[in-house]
Design a protein around this ligand. Structure first.
Ligand SMILES: [Fe+2]
Ligand SMILES: [Fe+2]
Length: 388
């Protein structure tokens, strides 16, 4: 395991994070975000917690336990990864402005994504900005408590899409070989099943659960066939939900092992916006129209069925059932309840890491990257409520 005895300090200035001594000064939020976006989603090879003091003390702001710091560090890493994904989507199908700079957009791809909703570009922009603020806030809070922030910039080595419109910078994530889990569609529509009670759920789009599918155009040649470009846009639309449903469960799962009331407030408050994102995207994904396309490069086929018609449809697939259906919670002997699921806390961080990995977004990443992320997850999952 890597160790680092250097004292906690803010990541490099290119992230926009202020040094510890200035962290409480008023911050120009737009400059903050702009600097971060230009730098790319960052990480820092910050030291791991094994060599850190038992509790991190900031004379003016109290302290947080090692467990709380570990939970926040894993969440910071997850947010950096989210930012990296959303930044790529925003460059090609969102709104590029001084809040979320980078990229120049692709009109045909933006229009294909907009088939799910006319406001998709705005939502992509806003989701990207939200993730940037999550990442920056959690890291700044860690620094304010004398704890190590997380910086992943040294792992941002994956290539950008070659399509005209994308920035040519190193990325943490790969959006061009996605395997998208769409079981959230049936999980949140089930009135009896709960993954915390051992239930499993069928995917809404089975062909996205196998093979590798681009969620962004890989090159200008991917823009030639409107049918395939629409399939890429639909893949992105379902991947958006896949990303955010993970955050929707991760925050309440980890909140159960937070010790400080203030850290709990942070986890609950940021976690709530992940739920907002999930709810928005699952509504939009339900607007998908039947379509089948074959990837001209890989030969992989993807098929989007009519989710409202037999053999689908009904409560498991009806697209306008976007509120979580009441279901079993804690025990089947208790009444059904409309809830986030899963929220089981044991192993939640490692589960989230596996969920991200299974999307294919880390294809091409280094063993050192996986080792670093695994260590963060291990530390977070070792956190105990009321612990040191
Ligand atoms: Fe987030
Ligand atoms: Fe998110």
């Amino acid at each position: 395991m890597k160790s680092d005895k250097t004292p906690p300090s803010a990541p490099a200035s290119s992230t926009g994070l202020e040094p510890t001594s200035r962290i409480h000064a008023p911050v120009d939020r737009r400059a903050f975000l702009k600097n971060t976006a230009i730098a790319g989603a960052g990480t820092v090879g910050a030291g791991l917690l094994s060599t850190a003091p038992k509790a991190f003390a900031d004379p003016s702001h109290g302290s947080i336990t090692r467990g709380d710091a570990a939970i926040l560090r894993f969440l910071a890493a997850a947010e950096i990864i989210e930012t990296d994904m959303w930044q790529q989507y925003n460059e090609l199908a969102g709104i590029q402005d001084d809040e979320v700079p980078g990229g120049s957009g692709i009109p045909d791809f933006t229009n294909a994504v907009a088939q799910l909703d006319a406001d998709m570009a705005q939502y992509i922009h806003d989701n990207t900005e939200d993730e940037l603020t999550h990442e920056l806030f959690i890291n700044a809070y860690l620094v304010s408590k004398g704890a190590q922030p997380v910086d992943l910039r040294r792992f941002a080595t994956l290539p950008s899409s070659k399509v005209t419109g994308a920035q040519q910078i190193g990325r943490l994530t790969n959006l061009m070989q996605l395997t998208v889990d769409t079981t959230w569609f049936t999980r949140y529509r089930s009135r009896t099943g709960n993954p915390d009670l051992g239930d499993t759920f069928p995917p809404a789009i089975p062909s996205l659960a196998v093979g590798q599918h681009p969620g962004i155009p890989r090159a200008d040649s991917d823009l030639n066939d409107p049918n395939f470009l629409q399939a890429i846009a639909y893949t992105a639309g379902f991947h958006f939900v896949n990303i955010e449903v993970g955050g929707t469960s991760l925050y309440p799962s980890l909140a159960q092992r937070v010790t400080s009331a203030e850290v709990l407030r942070i986890v609950l408050s940021i976690g709530g916006t992940e739920i907002c994102h999930f709810q928005t995207w699952q509504d939009k994904a339900g607007n998908v129209l039947p379509l089948t396309a074959t990837d001209p490069v890989t030969g992989v086929e993807v098929s989007f069925p009519d989710l409202n018609s037999p053999p689908l449809g009904g409560e498991d697939f009806q697209t306008n059932l976007i509120m979580p259906e009441p279901t079993a919670f804690l025990s089947r002997s208790l009444p059904a309840c409309s809830i986030i699921r899963p929220t089981q806390t044991r192993g939640a961080a490692m589960g989230a890491m596996h969920g991200l990995t299974n999307m294919g977004i880390f294809i091409g990443q280094s063993p050192a990257f996986f080792a670093f992320l695994r260590e963060l997850a291990t530390q977070a999952d070792a956190a105990v409520r009321g612990g040191s």
